[in-house]
Design a protein around this ligand. Structure first.
Ligand code: BES
Ligand code: MN
Ligand code: ZN
Length: 489
């Protein structure tokens, strides 16, 4: 699993800068003001910082961007990273600065001269997240990433905030690793094993095996995994950091690979379906963050782990399956499998935990990518206030989320001739009919949000805080939502 760089916070000390190795990052404001540390480096480099700042490249740089001086005279360091940042940056600006530092430093150690500039913990977060690479299967690329040292004038003032942000980074990286991992490595069993490891952080983790799922009546979820040699599982993670109040439930779609089943997908791009457990990945990452920062909230995370494969035992189009709730479902298309998994896990979560709300995450429909592209996840809900809180948290974390409509009018498309419902409603409004399907397994009056993350869980081009590949979208938003809504004194 990918290790985050170590973050060390120290008190500003300008006496040993000349002999410092690795990379050094200093900050210059948009109107070219150097702080104490930048002035010191400027002096040691015979006005090197001022030469960099007077360059048109720096003038053109946006807030949070950087220019690099390689092998600066007067320093042992191999580069000085000059970052454009105001003294009181926004969260977004500070994270972007951290991302710029991550890209400029490469693998080497970096010393970030934070002085008394604001939000240095966000710079550290941006640096940790943008520095991520997924290398366990690159035989020649196993070098550990260098450390991050953050020098500030008052370390005690930011230590707690930095610890909380590093807990977030750990959760995001956990999600990214799970989501990037190929399906021959991340089988349902391997996924469950990695979640059991969270017990070391004080999490309660249970793995429900197929015989138990059968006893519970999860015929819908089990029908998806029938064709696979990997056993279907539901993993239940409980973080009880609050009092004795009912928990909030997070539910994730964990299809470790989605071939489409007998309704087989076309070959082109099928390899992308290794990320079809992205929803379960986000639930896992949030739970890890909550445990690491010892969140004062009760949260239960449930993931349905299955593999959707064609075989002689696979579910056929036209088969009728029975959900745990008792409703029967005609499986018209075995490629609309995520909703079959969510139906049973959402029902189980409500029956067992009587949560105060349910948030589910799933790489559910290609249609949501047509609607929103890769910038926003689709948000569906039955509850305006619950949604407002989530949207606010997502906005604050810079994670795109856009609410789409729901209404009973779409239900006509899910009518089945022979069962209580069918699992697809046609191409038009495909993400909405999928949401309407899931809603049938949400109890009356249960606040619920469905996040369709098919477009945002894994992307082909780099984003502000991630290289191409898994993004970890949603870990930060949900972590903040929980902090805002359930941990406020
Ligand atoms: N896992 C896919 C959705 C998906 C598509 C995720 C692209 C990420 C990127 C899902 O199981 C699926 O196959 N959905 C079908 C539903 C259809 C058969 C109603 C789809 O979107 O085509
Ligand atoms: Mn599918
Ligand atoms: Zn799928």
């Amino acid at each position: 699993m990918t290790d985050l760089p170590k973050l060390h916070i120290s008190e500003t000390n300008l006496t040993e800068l000349a002999t410092r190795e690795g990379a050094i990052a200093v900050f210059v404001t948009p109107d070219n003001a150097l702080d104490q540390s930048a002035r010191k480096v400027n002096g040691l480099t015979k006005k090197g910082i001022m030469r960099a700042v007077d360059n048109p490249q720096f003038a053109k740089a946006k807030v949070g961007e950087a220019v690099v001086m390689s092998y600066p005279i007067g320093l042992a360091a191999t580069k000085v990273i000059v970052v454009k940042l105001p003294r009181r940056p926004s969260v977004e600006e500070a994270r972007k600065a951290g991302a710029s530092i991550a890209k400029a430093r490469g693998d080497s150690d970096v010393l970030i001269m934070g002085g008394n500039i604001g939000r240095m913990e966000q710079v550290a977060l941006g640096c940790a997240l943008r520095g991520y690479t997924f290398t366990p299967h690159k035989t020649a690329d196993q070098d550990a990433l260098g450390n991050i040292e953050l020098m500030v004038n008052a370390p005690a003032n930011i230590q707690a905030a930095a610890d909380a942000e590093m807990a977030v980074a750990e959760g995001v990286v956990f999600t990214r690793d799970l989501t990037n991992e190929p399906a021959n490595v991340l089988t349902t069993t391997e996924f469950a094993d990695r979640l059991v490891e969270l017990e070391n952080l004080g999490m309660k983790v249970e793995v429900l095996e197929e015989d138990e799922l059968e006893k519970l009546g999860m015929g819908s979820l089990l029908s998806v995994g029938h064709g696979s040699a990997s056993p279907s599982k539901v993993v239940v993670m409980q973080w009880n950091g609050g009092g004795d109040e009912a928990p909030i439930a997070l539910v994730g779609k964990g299809v470790v690979f989605d071939t489409g089943g007998i309704s087989l997908k076309p070959a082109a791009g099928m390899e992308d379906m290794t990320m079809d457990m992205g929803g379960a990945g986000v639930v896992s990452g949030v739970m890890k963050t909550l445990a690491l920062r010892k969140a004062k909230a009760n949260v239960v995370g449930l993931v349905g782990l299955v593999e959707n494969m064609p075989s002689d035992r696979a579910t056929r189009p036209g088969d009728v399956v029975k959900s745990m709730k008792g409703d029967t479902i005609e499986v018209i298309n075995t490629d609309a499998e995520g909703r079959l998994v969510l139906a049973d896990v959402i029902w189980y979560a409500q029956e067992r935990f009587e949560p105060t709300g349910v948030i589910n995450l799933a790489t559910l429909t290609g249609a949501v990518i047509i609607a929103l592209g890769h910038e926003n996840a689709g948000v569906f809900s039955n509850h305006d206030d619950f949604t407002k809180g989530f949207m606010k948290a997502a906005y604050a974390e810079g994670e795109g989320a856009w609410r789409l409509p729901m209404s009973a009018a779409y239900d006509a498309k899910l009518k089945s001739r022979i069962a209580d419902m069918k699992n697809v409603g046609g191409r038009d409004g495909g993400s909405i009919t999928a949401a309407q399907f899931i809603r049938r397994f949400v109890k009356e009056d249960m606040p619920w949000i469905h996040l369709d993350i098919a477009g945002v869980a894994s992307v082909k081009a780099e984003t502000a805080l991630a290289p191409a590949g898994a993004t970890g979208w949603g870990v930060m938003a949900i972590n903040r939502f929980i902090a805002n809504a359930y941990e406020a004194e």
